[in-house]
Design a protein around this ligand. Structure first.
Ligand SMILES: Nc1ccn([C@@H]2O[C@H](COP(=O)(O)OP(=O)(O)OP(=O)(O)O)[C@@H](O)[C@H]2O)c(=O)n1
Ligand SMILES: C[C@](O)(CO)[C@H](O)COP(=O)(O)O
Length: 235
């Protein structure tokens, strides 16, 4: 199975401040099962035999990175993050282009704040999109009833959830196409919150690959509490 998976570059945006987490440090540096959240998120890629290399986008003044065990891993390149996640990703793509990566190379962008990505989901994404003309992303179909609200917090309508999915990461696209879409959409002041939305802005239709719902993004304190409980139960 591994032999048939495409080679890929990994881009890990890790330059956020974690405002919604309201912790004493950016959430990617909080502990989970004896390692930082960032180390878990990097580990899934560093353990993969199809990895060509990895670029991590970090805050310019990040004081935590130098203390991680992986800081001298030769497969990891560091770039400065941007003011928004999209800028952090764009800086990583620019670095890949400047260091010999090819337009047709696959790039997987994965949030540093998603430490629970399974190897099976990563391999499923690679296998299912290996020959896709556009690329795509891990996603989870909506499970709850969804409401559209007005400015007063009152329900306006119940949304048809049969056509609603939550976008996760990794998101997998060819380097050249993603770079162009992201750069052009940002110049056009489009609202870009993930790589797929840049590709959509460019008129393309990324494919959704159903993944595990526990590949969650650590955003608020309860997210980490839940993961820590899961990790404790694994022992
Ligand atoms: N300027 C930014 C903002 C976010 N990220 C990264 O993008 C991922 C998803 O973003 P999010 O969950 O919003 O992280 P934060 O921006 O840190 O969270 P908050 O919005 O609560 O501040 C995270 O791994 C975060 O580190 C980034 O690299 N550069
Ligand atoms: C990329 C992402 O995780 C897909 O759901 C999400 O868009 C990140 O959003 P955030 O506001 O930067 O956390």
């Amino acid at each position: 199975m591994i032999d048939s998976l495409p080679a890929f570059w990994a881009v890990i945006p890790a330059a956020g401040v974690g405002a919604r987490m309201a912790a004493d440090r950016p959430k990617q540096y909080l502990q989970l099962g004896g390692r930082t959240i960032l180390e878990h998120s990097l580990g899934c890629f560093l353990d993969h035999p199809s990895l060509k290399g990895l670029v991590v986008s970090l805050a310019v003044d990040d004081p935590y990175w130098p203390h991680l065990a992986c800081v001298n891993d030769p497969r990891i390149q560091r770039v400065d993050g941007g003011a928004e996640r999209s800028g952090s990703v764009l800086n990583a793509l620019l670095h890949l282009h400047a260091h010999g990566a090819d337009d047709e190379d696959w790039v997987l962008v994965h949030d540093a704040a998603r430490p629970n990505l399974s190897r099976d989901d990563l391999d499923k994404l690679l296998a299912d999109l290996a020959d896709d003309p556009v690329g795509g992303l891990l996603a989870v179909p909506a499970r709850d009833t969804l409401k559209r609200v007005d400015k007063n917090g009152r329900v306006v309508e119940t949304v048809d959830r049969s056509v609603i999915w939550q976008a996760y990461t990794p998101q997998m696209f060819r380097l050249g196409a993603l770079h162009r879409a992201l750069a052009d959409s940002l110049v056009a002041d489009a609202v870009i919150t993930d790589e797929a939305s840049a590709m959509e802005w460019a008129g393309l239709a990324p494919r959704l690959i159903e993944g595990r719902a526990d590949n969650l993004k650590v955003t608020r304190p309860e997210d980490l509490e839940w993961l820590r409980q899961r990790w404790a139960n694994r022992r």
